[in-house]
Ligand binder design. Sequence first.
Ligand SMILES: [Zn+2]
Length: 266
Amino acid sequence: MLELPDIEILKLYFRATSLGQKIKDIDHLNGSNPIQGLSFSDFREKLLGKEFEKVDRRGNFLLVSIKQSAETLIISFGREGGLHYTKQNAPLIKEDESTRLRFKFQNDYELRWLDTKNLGEIRFSKDLDEDSVLKNLGPEPLSLSEEDFRELLKKNELLNVKTFLLAQEKIAGIGNIYADEILYQAKINPHRQIGNLQPRERRELYRKTLSVLKESLIFIPKKNFDLSWLIAHRHADMKCPGNREHQLDREIIAGQATIFCPICQE
Ligand SMILES: [Zn+2]
């Protein structure tokens, strides 16, 4: 799943490339029609001649407002995907093979929406405040004060800490990979119940939630995570980054393949 930091990078990319240009055409290339509640041709019709005006992020969704329209596009990226802005009709390079839509602009460039697993979705929303999906999202982790975070933990003391981090209605945008990283860096075992976390551990959980999400923004564009991070080892040697003699564990927790160090994470 693409998670908060990945979507944040995509937001900046979208903002830097695709705002304020007239949409000349839209092609649907691969997979089923990703537009919810609308045929692709109606979607295309609605956007022709319009411009993307502003782009924001909420949880793992990109929110794209359209000039002279009261509606906002809500884009979700599914498991694997991204965006690629390039010269129109430039050959599809290997990374672009999963292009599902392309938005062609009047300046002869196009924005390709990539969706490898065919799980992404796009829909229009007339009122973001009333949107049933967005309304149920928990707070944005990067906007939480330490006190807000402590309160949030207090409300969820019966939950296991991994379940809490993954629950979009409790805290928005964190998925499996970053939840594991946060817990590894905070030295907290993913089996722990929130109610049993010491004040010191709650503080660490807050600090590492913020630092992991923020520092990922530096690593993602390089496609390389620091070797002191768990992420760099989870699909590789499965060795604990802090001590090469520790073998990382893999267990299903909260329905997800959870990687952790059973020795460093108490
Ligand atoms: Zn370890």
